[in-house]
Design a protein around this ligand. Structure first.
Ligand code: FE2
Ligand code: FE2
Length: 339
């Protein structure tokens, strides 16, 4: 504990006391996450194989190859940061319950994309290439390097004692929630929902609905951690911090734009690089607003198919009844009537 006499969320240590509970909102998020359990086995990728074989030209094929190559390692990077950095420093057992649940969900995402790659890329050499993309494909390596830069910036911190160390930690949290889950993944989801809007790859889109929902909850948790830390220690977030966050989001938009230049290099009909850029700027603005900072771009959402997605996601998010999927005691999941 630092100079103050009240235990704060970012005070170093491994607090064990659940009662009285200091942050019931994190426990509620954990309970809500448990209600929204799904399994990879419910997703039928075989639907997609016919599309890939008969309805995809070279430009779409290139897009999907790049997309699965990004998915091949994205969630593993997020999982590593979660265990190595976030779990260590968010010091409340109820918040750590949520992070444990999130770790399970990230493992599900890894399994989901592993199954996707195994199905879409039957040739073992093609598969191996996709998993090595993080080293070999520049537009994917650039995104990974962005993640690693922010992971490395806190990796040596075993205790976050000083204001500067806590800011470093919060920047890592912002990076993973706003830039990676909230921008890199949202960009990837936009390709999936664009294809769905053309009647393509319904198997991938149906599984993406679940991942989208999970990622939205992960972001909401991280933003609540940041909001709480800021409420407890207002001095952590000053104009300098806000400027660093804005700069980070600009960099993330540039990384994802470079990825879009690559994915769309074949000229995918109906999906322009300009619109993709605008969507990324729109997402970045949303994240800044969610964090309580000024928007950077003033961009509107150019993709009606993502608007629908947002509404659906928000409905689920706030209603909490979640008609789309809910695990009962028997473990049944009402997937057929979803979406
Ligand atoms: Fe994930
Ligand atoms: Fe996530």
């Amino acid at each position: 504990m630092s100079a103050h006499n009240r235990q704060l969320l970012l005070d170093p240590g491994f607090e064990l006391t659940l009662r009285p509970m200091r942050y019931p909102q994190f426990y509620e998020m954990y309970r809500n996450a448990i209600r929204n359990t799904w399994t990879v086995e419910e997703v039928d990728f075989s639907l997609d194989l016919n599309d890939l074989k008969h309805k995809f030209g070279p430009a779409e094929r290139h897009l999907i190859e790049r997309l699965v190559a990004f998915f091949a390692t994205g969630d593993s990077i997020v999982s590593n940061n979660l265990v190595l950095n976030l779990y260590r420093h968010v010091n409340a057992p109820e918040a750590r319950m949520y992070l444990s649940r999130q770790l399970y969900e990230e493992a599900l995402h890894v399994q989901f994309y592993l199954t996707l790659l195994d199905t879409y890329l039957p040739d073992p050499n093609e598969r191996a290439k996709a998993f090595a993309a993080v080293d070999n494909i520049p537009s994917i390596k650039r995104k990974a390097d962005f993640c690693f830069k922010w992971m490395d910036s806190v990796h040596g911190l075993h205790r976050i004692e000083t204001r500067e160390q806590r800011r470093q930690f919060l920047l890592n949290l912002v990076c993973f929630a706003a830039c990676i889950e909230g921008l890199f993944f949202f960009g990837a989801f936009a390709y999936v929902y664009y294809l769905r809007s053309r009647g393509l790859l319904h198997g991938l889109a149906s599984g993406t609905n679940w991942v989208f929902r999970d990622e939205s909850c992960h972001m909401a948790f991280a933003f609540e951690v940041i909001r709480t830390a800021r409420e407890e220690e207002p001095e952590l977030v000053d104009a300098g911090f806000a400027a660093q966050v804005a700069q980070m989001l600009r960099e993330a938009v540039d990384c994802e734009h470079a990825f879009a230049e690559d994915t769309l290099s074949g000229g995918v009909a109906g999906l322009s690089l300009k619109d993709m850029r605008q969507y990324l700027e729109y997402c970045a603005d949303q994240r800044l607003a969610q964090l309580g900072f000024a928007r950077e771009f003033g961009a509107s959402n150019p993709f009606p198919f993502m608007d629908l997605q947002d509404v659906q996601e928000l409905t689920n998010f706030f209603e909490r009844r979640v008609s789309a999927y809910q695990v009962g005691v028997e473990g049944e999941v009402g997937f057929d009537h979803a979406f």
